[in-house]
Design a protein around this ligand. Structure first.
Ligand code: GTP
Ligand code: MG
Length: 255
């Protein structure tokens, strides 16, 4: 069983991509299950096979501990770690090839507190990876792209798992935005130059240090561009996933 965790900033498209990739995998005759790890979500674009809301009620947690929505969500996410055995059993019973985990919207609650890494390190241990979504809407400026990649790097540090960075919701970019982004990803000098133009206070050394650090952490500046809404580039996404999970051998597909 291969576990894929979708992580990204609020609204970056995690739930939509979880749904679209599940659909893509099913079309390829691979067995798929979806786990919803967001106790606070009201509407999902898919029917989860396993759902933390079956064990944890955000409303109930808020009432029991007299918390507001933010404190309630923190407590609700932390409570997931007391249901790990049940989750483990449900995952085993599901017995699928691919298990897609949709994670809570607020990245800092999942990635930067203890619970997220505990959950990820306890479930479906055989084969795991993280798909980090950089929201195209946030990556249209040099500072937006660099800060998104720094956040991706923080997530890598937190989970320490194979991580594929994707550029989500690319259909929201106009032609100019899209060309500029491609140029920055292919030519880091241009990215450093443009960062300085828009952030005069950033010294040349600091701009290039930031970009070089990101390149070192991820062995380059690569993002897989995709649109989950339009099912665009999911084959490219899967070929990257497949390379990471099988060390380049690939999976047998029936499409
Ligand atoms: N245009 C466009 N919109 C998208 C795409 N993917 C998701 N969206 C929209 O972006 C919004 C957020 O998408 P979600 O999939 O809920 O994002 P999320 O990261 O799960 O959001 P939270 O869990 O609330 O943080 C929704 O209105 C989606 O319809 C995409 O590829 N293109
Ligand atoms: Mg979501």
């Amino acid at each position: 069983m291969h576990a894929l965790y979708f992580v990204g900033t609020a609204g970056s498209g995690k739930s939509t991509l979880t749904n679209s990739l599940a659909q893509w995998l099913r079309d390829a005759k691979l067995s798929v299950g979806i786990v919803n790890l967001d106790p606070g979500v009201l509407h999902l674009p898919y029917g989860p096979d396993i759902d933390v809301r079956d064990f944890i009620s955000l409303q109930g947690v808020m009432e029991k501990y007299n918390l507001g929505p933010n404190g309630g969500l923190i407590a609700a996410i932390d409570l997931i770690s007391s249901h790990l055995e049940t989750l483990q059993e449900e995952i085993r019973d599901l017995g699928v090839d691919f298990l897609l985990f949709d994670t809570p919207g607020q990245i800092e609650l999942f990635a930067f507190r203890e619970t997220g890494p505990i959950i990820v390190s306890s479930l479906a241990k055989e084969s795991r990876m993280l798909i980090y979504l950089v929201d195209a809407a946030l990556a249209k400026t040099p500072a937006g792209l660099i800060s998104s990649l720094l956040l991706a790097a923080s997530v890598l540090v937190r989970f320490h798992l194979p991580q594929l960075n994707v550029l989500s919701r690319t259909d929201l970019l106009d032609k100019g935005d899209s060309e500029r982004l491609t140029e920055w990803l292919n030519d880091s000098d241009q990215l450093i130059y443009d960062l300085q133009q828009t952030r005069n206070e950033l010294q040349i050394e600091l701009s290039s240090e930031l970009v070089t650090t990101i390149q070192t952490i991820f062995s380059g500046l690569d993002l897989v561009p995709l649109s989950a809404l339009n099912m665009e580039n999911l084959d490219l996404l899967f070929s990257h996933i497949s390379n990471i999970l099988t060390g380049g051998e690939g999976f047998e597909l029936f499409r």
